[in-house]
Design a protein around this ligand. Sequence first.
Ligand code: NAI
Length: 349
Amino acid sequence: MFEELLHAWDGEEVALRFDAASNAWMFVCVHSTVLGPGMGGVRLQRYATPHDALADGLRLAGAMTLKQAAADLPFGGGKAVLAVPDIPRGADRAALFSRYADLVNAMGGTYVTAADMNTGQADMDLVGERTAHVLGRSPERGGSGDPAPSTARGVFHGIVATARRRFGSSDLAGKRALVQGVGAVGFPLAEHLHEAGASVILADPNAERVSALAERLGGTLVAPVDVVGTECEIFAPCATGGILSAETIPKLRCSVVAGAANNQLAAEGADELVRDAGILYAPDFVINAGGVIHLAGYETLGWDEGKMASRLESIGDTLDEVFDAADRDGVTTDAAARRMARSRLDAAG
Ligand code: NAI
């Protein structure tokens, strides 16, 4: 049942393991090692079928190759999926991550793991007890901790660059910025936008968290179901993927889409629909690269805080290059960003 998926995939290697003790499937997908080891997070999730889990891992690993290349990091693209019947806790969780660590270790460094959806520093600390091929452990265990604040900082610089291109000024004062999802990334992003003078509009099903933040920042609240259709200048999706679709794009009332969420374009052609709607889209895999920049920079490249700050700021420069290339070549911003990433891969490989 996996054969068709694997044959249709353009990546390098997949390790799969059925973990009878937890009834979980583990898929470690290495899409490309052209620029360096395949690096990406491990996602812990329930899926309808193992087939869906593998499909997700393959797709996400490919996206990581583009992200690492666009960020000009010495890493390739990889992603792991642990497809579990239920999200495990306590000793069961620790045992699952120990066995996962052994699988990563057995791959000999073609894949370097990190945290992703439903996984975090504590899991990476456990993984780090059994393999060196891990990033994002806690600072107490020699890691660089949670990369989300760096992701938020990078997205902020990306928003400034996108706004500059769209409005002719980097000044966010008076601009309405709608942040969809105030989680690990959206929360600090809303703070940065507020500090830069934007009027923040916030949406999150976690009513307590979002209300407290809106009150502190003097922002407005919007119900999660009303995000699409809410008038604003800047829309920053920071929740789940697939927000830009044939159904939602005609309803958008913004000039710029620039946010952290992965896989914002729901289907092929959505990038053209966004462009034709007169909206400037900052490709997700370019603007949200702050997390991988944080992990690679602090843990393998020996950067200090100053170097990190300038590399996160340069996400804005990368977007400028993408926007220039899109104008020059008459393609969408997403297509231009893919071309840029692929040309780095071609040059290296
Ligand atoms: P998170 O899980 O901490 O936060 C997501 C937030 O979105 C939660 O507060 C959740 O309640 C909210 N949410 C869920 N559905 C919503 C809806 N329909 N409307 C409004 N809010 C909704 O996740 P995190 O880490 O902040 O990541 C956000 C996005 O950015 C994800 O798509 C993630 O893949 C992507 N990303 C995160 C990176 C990181 O460093 N954490 C790096 C690159 C991408």
